[in-house]
Design a protein around this ligand. Structure first.
Ligand code: MRU
Length: 368
């Protein structure tokens, strides 16, 4: 895994993921906003490590990373078994050997994080492409899998742009939005979901200001969302998570907009820990609660939020940060990375296919 470092520049553009010469380049989200560091993933092991350790994070972004990881896996398997470009699998033993390696790579990627459905969705999508092109030469097979990974990436950007427009239409001309975690360009292939709506609203000329919840313990709000918004010159105020109720009671929030890691078929939303608390507070204060996500985040196979595995992360994330430990040894820690917001607390789901109330997800099942 190679590392390239450069100091962050206030207004410069950045790419969350970049696919170049069969390698995946990721901005290291752990070191933002202090340092702009890029990690070059050359093996499936590199990509799996990057997802697990949150070098890359955010549901759609980890889906894209997994798709590129699969593509790297096919190239790696070819190298490992010393197969020529024009080789076609005919012999049963060759096929089994190759497929076993691909399967191991896919499992390694699938085991990195359990909650965001985009990871599993992307792996299944690319597996389908692999299966239907397995009869071709190995070079053609690699080419088809690479193209599919690029398509997943490009379609995510397009979906976010549509989400942006669909969501911006719901906002008034002068609006103050509270967001949680980071559902921006850093969490997707580009533009963002919740931040996509905010960006599109600004482009449409709306006067928008944002409150970014800090998002303990990984600080995606304070570090990443604020970083993205400052770059785009969108006014942003950081609050700690426990300030949101007071903020709402003062009438300072017109809408809450968050992303999602998974939406189940009954409309329950699984998102960053703290989302549920915000939804309860928003309901108490009659503030619209919007969830922005691409259709790849909707999991129609899973009925309710209770059926989803909620990832629990290392206790060290709660007892300290960046080498600074503030909790006493011996205290127990609970560190769920996500929570479940029941469908009835969600005003609208904003997707690229349209805007619906959560009990109406079915109406978007087939693409218009
Ligand atoms: O643990 P993370 O940082 O991967 O969690 C990310 C979130 O919860 C985001 O809100 C979600 O993935 C939506 S991103 C468009």
């Amino acid at each position: 895994m190679d590392i390239k470092e450069r100091p962050t520049k206030k207004m410069s553009k950045f790419e969350t993921l970049e696919w170049k010469n069969n390698e995946l380049i990721l901005i290291d989200q752990r070191s933002l906003p202090k340092v702009e560091k890029y990690i070059v993933c050359k093996t499936v092991e590199d990509v799996a490590y990057a997802i697990e350790k949150m070098i890359v994070r955010g549901a759609p972004a980890i889906g894209c990373a997994a798709a590129f990881g699969f593509a790297i896996g096919v190239i790696e398997a070819k190298k490992k078994l010393k197969i020529a470009d024009d080789f076609i699998f005919k012999n049963h033993k060759d096929k089994l050997q190759f497929l076993k390696l691909i399967d191991d790579f896919k499992n390694k990627l699938a085991k990195t994080r359990p909650t965001a459905v985009n990871l599993f969705w992307a792996l299944e999508e690319i597996q389908k492409t692999f299966n239907s092109n397995f009869h071709l030469t190995v070079a053609e097979l690699i080419c088809s899998v690479n193209s599919k990974a690029e398509l997943i990436f490009n379609e995510d950007i397009q979906a976010n742009q549509k989400i942006g427009i669909n969501g911006a239409k719901l906002l008034s001309e002068k609006v103050s939005v509270l967001t949680h975690c980071n559902a921006g360009a850093l969490a997707t292939a580009g533009h963002g979901t919740a931040l996509g709506i905010i960006r599109s609203a600004q482009t449409l000329g709306k006067k928008i200001e944002v409150f970014a919840g800090e998002t303990r313990p990984f600080l995606q709000g304070a570090r990443l969302t604020a970083w993205e918004l400052v770059k785009d010159r969108i006014p942003v105020t950081i609050i700690t998570d426990n300030m949101s109720g007071y903020l709402m009671s003062l009438g300072l929030v017109d809408a809450v907009i968050v992303g999602a890691d998974r939406v189940t078929s009954n409309g329950d939303v699984i998102n960053k820990i703290g989302t549920y608390s915000l939804a309860v507070l928003a309901s108490k204060h009659n503030i619209p609660f919007l969830v922005a996500c691409p259709w790849s985040t909707v999991d129609m196979q899973t009925k309710t939020g209770a059926d989803v595995i909620i990832e629990e992360r290392n206790p060290k994330e709660v007892t300290g940060f960046d080498g600074n430990i503030w909790a006493p040894e011996g205290a127990k820690v609970f560190n769920p990375a996500f929570d479940v917001t029941p469908a009835y607390l969600v005003s609208y789901l904003v997707t690229e296919r349209g805007v619906v109330t959560p009990n109406n997800l079915d109406s978007l099942k087939t693409e218009q």
